[in-house]
Design a protein around this ligand. Structure first.
Ligand code: NAD
Length: 436
């Protein structure tokens, strides 16, 4: 059992804290947001993540997990500190390291132990761990020896707990083998393969992995658009491709482009890193260009179908950037909504979990419905933007019944074309032939 401090209690920090306490460590989590810390100490999560509430309650109740907004309480006795603060994109697309730098300054100011290991979970550009170490040293009051371990996180929102317990690998990058061995020991109970490497390579592995996955998505989306033109079906093509073990079937789902808090910002950060290093990141640029275009293919199909969208009423099913999360950061659904509004469409939307976050982001620009049925009622077209189970299994006869004249623009290929052909529905999806 180790005593561990975590700085930053967002998706990554909270899930990390909960999972480390669940395998037996004593964990104290620190965040600036006092209200959030108070709520967490009662066992209530500030965001939706399957399975999180149960594990949170269990470990808060057995006193292995504690939350505080006092940096002194979190850091003064700490010798193993995880940094999990956000590294968002700035308006100019540069990565914002303010939170990282603040966390580093705080570690220097408040730690009292002579030897401290700092583990970076946040996704940071190559070289940042070295800068963090220097920033801690500059502020250090009592701590003399700081060793850095880069431990990039690979969890996915919506399956975060499972992803931690059943990860494909844990990456530990360090220039100190003793520190890496201590963090390896902490992670042993997860029973996940551990790959130890140097600091810079660990930082690079995270960006490379996300950029590669983003590339797979843009590649299949580009193929999907071609399939529509040449009379092929992207769903069939993806199955056939995925059977080749060199390609693999994961991340070959055509749709409306990637979103979320990671892929967009990490591809931008990698682009910047490459350009600063004097490289020409042509593949990465294409990945991002294809993705931006893909967010709008459904609206283009709607324009082609109706001629003009002005004065129409659209329902939007799904707001989160993917199912099983309430996160709408860089969600393609929000981009589609903004594009519809710009084309003079009035929008009514529904999502099982992401309505509150959407209200906070775009407010009363749209109407909100409390069920799929209510969303569809008296609308001219529907956009399926997130493939929640509730949405993709929704009965097709209800579209016929509730809409003015049923027209579906399905960004997630929820329905088979055979099934659609049983109904009087005009149906447009991604990478398949339209049905109308
Ligand atoms: P988040 O925005 O959900 O949470 C960050 C938290 O850090 C916030 O609660 C904020 O209040 C807190 N914070 C900021 N500055 C602080 C400070 N000085 N002291 C204490 N707390 C502070 O971010 P996230 O989604 O958890 O992402 C964290 C990092 O992990 C990012 O670098 C991200 O790229 C990476 N990551 C995220 C995911 C994901 O799915 N969300 C997956 C893998 C990696």
């Amino acid at each position: 059992m180790n005593n561990i401090t975590i700085i930053g209690v967002g998706h990554v920090g909270l899930v990390t804290g909960v999972c480390l306490s669940d395998i037996g460590h004593q964990v104290i989590c620190y965040d600036l947001d006092k209200e959030k810390m108070d709520q967490l100490n009662t066992g209530l999560s500030p965001f939706y993540e399957p399975g999180l509430d149960e594990l949170l309650k269990k470990n808060v109740n057995n006193r292995r997990l504690f939350f505080t907004d006092s940096p002194e309480e979190a850091l003064s006795d700490a010798d193993i500190i995880y940094i999990a603060v956000g590294t968002p994109k700035q308006l100019n697309d540069d990565i914002d390291l303010t939170y990282i730098n603040n966390a580093a300054a705080m570690i220097g100011e408040y730690t009292t132990k002579n030897n401290v290991i700092v583990v970076t979970k946040s996704t940071v550009p190559v070289g940042t761990n070295t800068n963090i170490k220097q920033a801690i040293q500059r502020n250090a009051q009592k701590t003399r020896n700081i060793t850095m371990v880069s431990n990039p996180e690979f969890l996915r929102e919506g399956s975060a707990i499972r992803d931690v317990f059943c990860a494909d690998r844990i990456i530990l990058g360090s220039d100190c083998s003793e520190a890496a061995a201590i963090i390896e020991e902490i992670n042993k109970p997860f029973n996940v393969p551990i790959f130890k490497t140097d600091l810079h390579s660990a930082e690079m592995i995270k960006y490379s992995s996300n950029a590669f996955l983003a590339m797979k998505i843009s590649f299949i989306n580009e193929l999907a658009n071609l399939c529509e033109k040449v009379g092929a079906d992207i769903e069939e093509v993806a199955v056939g491709m995925g059977l080749d073990s060199r390609i693999g079937s994961e991340f070959l789902k055509a749709g409306i482009g990637y979103g979320g808090s990671c892929f967009p910002k990490d591809t931008h950060a990698m682009l910047k890193m490459s350009e600063e290093a004097g490289e020409k990141p042509d593949i990465l640029k294409a990945v991002m260009k294809v993705n931006s275009r893909q967010h709008y293919v459904l609206v283009e199909k709607a324009k082609n179908y109706f001629g003009s969208l002005k004065g129409k009423r659209a329902s939007v099913l799904g707001l989160a950037f993917k199912p099983h999360t309430d996160d709408i950061r860089e969600s393609p659904s929000i981009m589609i909504i903004n594009e519809l509004i710009a084309n003079g469409v009035s929008v009514v939307a529904y999502d099982p979990k992401a309505m509150e976050n959407t209200k906070k982001m775009i407010g009363e620009k749209i109407q909100y419905a409390s069920s799929i049925e209510e969303t569809l009622t008296d609308t001219d077209m529907v956009f399926i933007n997130t493939d929640w189970d509730e949405i993709k299994t929704f009965s097709l006869d209800q579209y016929e019944k509730l809409m003015n004249r049923p027209v579906i623009f399905d960004g997630r290929n929820c329905y088979s074309l055979d099934k659609i052909s049983e109904y009087k529905i005009d149906y447009f999806s991604i990478g398949r032939q339209p049905y109308w």
